[in-house]
Design a protein around this ligand. Structure first.
Ligand code: AMP
Length: 485
């Protein structure tokens, strides 16, 4: 099947041709004709399947006719995070380059003034995170009764971030006669309920079993007996493998992200970090450094786990097994994208055991243990040469300390010794819940897990409780609030 068989306009086919895509992905082939026929749709698809184009492409053709009016956008795409919203906006620019549609990106961490100006001119497409959208709505800056096309993207992520009540409220402000598309990698009961309430006779398209992992990703569990510094020593050995070109390392806590990045840098590795305590410009700048190859390792909290489309990530490491098993699927989905292969390692220490059990239950698959293998990469302590890039970056940094033997735990520096203190101290400082938990799926053990950083942090500043920081530096093109008309 080719894109030309899907009923898209010539302008869109030209824009798709410019990207070099030769044929639609399975979700695009199934979704695009239905969306063009104005049907409601549920897309159960993992990131990396091409799901963004499956709604952006037909939306552009649907919106090509008609005009926008001041403060009354014609369509709305809801995204759980600013990064994802910015990425969808990028897609609109790419595919909409031969159309004259206007777009506004409403995300927190950016001055409201420009967003309001764009809204006043009238926009065809609104791409928003729920917090900022509600804020502008409550200030009377936006009317939603002209939005006849709604996309709820990454619905299960919205659930995790506590956005479902906001989405329900937003749905009630939209016209009853509208087309609604809902995308989610998994369909936990609250999402099913949302779909039943707000979609009408939807076509369901499923391109991978819910919570299944990508077959292009080789997965390993790495048993680690001791505390954090042992995980770090194991991590460095694995990072030293020849084939580790780029890696995202996920940690459950912001403090762990910061500490780990510091530790990696002190060992001469070219690493950066991204987590919810950083403001938006700092997060984007860090992502940019990773995308450009200035650093080849990115240490991340779950704020970066979903949807981010970074090409060619060869490895994902779960420094901690994620508390929520769904997050495992999303974290490792940062590698093995668009047909490429990838490798994911999950470190399992005593604190991670329950989490990995839940992950294996969810994915229905027992992940192979690295220590079970005779030629396990972890044994290969002295690695072959690394990629030129990381070597170059390392050369600029201070000389490496002499390596310790494979099983000889290095004498931990003072900071690491401090980490041997009971975990509770760190948890109490950084991650103790401050407010009631949002709605949760009835997943066993979920309530007992510590609260994650992401939803509260993002929500707070999206709602304007933290100062609006604006951009420190040039705004990337794709973040421009209004395009051409
Ligand atoms: P998504 O699932 O929307 O995050 O897309 C994942 C990646 O697949 C992105 O890098 C897209 O640019 C790429 N992509 C989308 N559609 C196609 C296609 N038809 N052929 C090849 N790559 C695609």
């Amino acid at each position: 099947m080719s894109f030309a068989d899907l009923g898209l306009s010539d302008e869109l086919l030209r824009a798709v041709g410019d990207t070099g895509y030769t044929e639609p992905t399975p979700i695009q082939a199934s979704a695009i004709p239905s969306v063009l026929m104005m049907r409601d749709m549920i897309g159960i698809a993992q990131t990396g399947t091409g799901k963004t184009a499956s709604f952006v492409l037909p939306m552009i053709d649907i919106l090509a006719h008609g005009r926008s009016r001041a403060r009354m956008p014609r369509s709305l795409i809801l995204e759980p995070t600013r990064e994802l919203a910015a990425q969808v906006a990028e897609n609109f620019e790419k595919y909409g380059k031969y159309h004259k549609l206007s777009m506004a990106l409403l995300i927190g961490g950016v001055q409201m003034g420009d967003q309001v100006k764009a809204l006043e001119k009238g926009v065809d497409v609104l791409i928003a995170t729920p917090g900022r959208l509600m804020d502008l709505f409550q200030r009377g800056k936006i009317l939603l009764n002209g939005c006849s096309l709604l996309v709820i993207d990454e619905a299960d992520r919205m659930l995790d971030m506590g956005f479902i009540p906001d989405i329900e409220e937003i749905c009630t402000k939209l016209p009853a006669q509208r087309q609604t598309l809902l995308f989610s990698a998994t369909m936990p009961p609250p999402i099913k309920k949302l779909a039943d309430k707000f979609l009408s006779n939807p076509k369901t398209i499923e391109v991978a079993r819910p919570a299944s992992t990508n077959v292009n990703i080789t997965q390993w569990v790495v048993p680690v007996k001791g505390p954090a510094f042992e995980k770090r020593a194991t991590l460095r050995r694995l990072l030293a493998q020849e084939e580790v070109r780029t890696a995202i390392i996920f940690c459950n806590r912001k403090t762990t992200v910061r500490e780990l990045n510091k530790s990696l840098k002190s060992h001469g590795l070219a690493s950066g970090e991204i987590h919810g305590d950083m403001d938006q410009p700092a997060r984007l700048a860090e992502l940019d450094r990773f995308k450009k190859g200035d650093v080849n390792i990115l240490v991340a909290s779950d704020v970066a786990a979903r949807g981010l489309d970074i090409k060619g990530v060869s490895h994902v490491f779960n420094f901690d097994a994620p508390w929520h098993p769904d997050d495992y699927v999303h974290r490792i989905g940062r590698t093995g994208r668009a047909g490429a292969t990838g490798t994911a390692y999950t470190f399992v220490g005593p604190d991670d055991q329950e989490n990995i059990d839940n992950i294996e239950k969810l994915t229905g698959q027992k992940i192979q243990r690295l220590s079970d293998l005779p030629d396990a990469p972890a044994r290969d302590e002295r690695p072959a040469a690394r990629e030129d890039r990381s070597r170059r970056v390392r050369a600029e940094r201070r000389p490496r300390r002499p390596e310790t033997g494979p099983d000889q735990a290095e004498a931990p520096p003072r900071r690491e010794r401090e980490e041997r203190r009971p975990h509770r101290q760190e948890t109490a400082r950084d991650d103790a819940p401050r407010t009631a938990q949002p709605e949760r799926s009835p997943d066993p053990g979920r309530e007992r897990r510590p609260r994650r950083e992401s939803w509260r942090d993002q929500r707070d500043d999206q709602r304007g409780e933290a100062p609006d920081v604006g951009w420190n530096g040039p705004v990337p093109d794709f973040l421009g609030v209004a395009l051409t008309r």
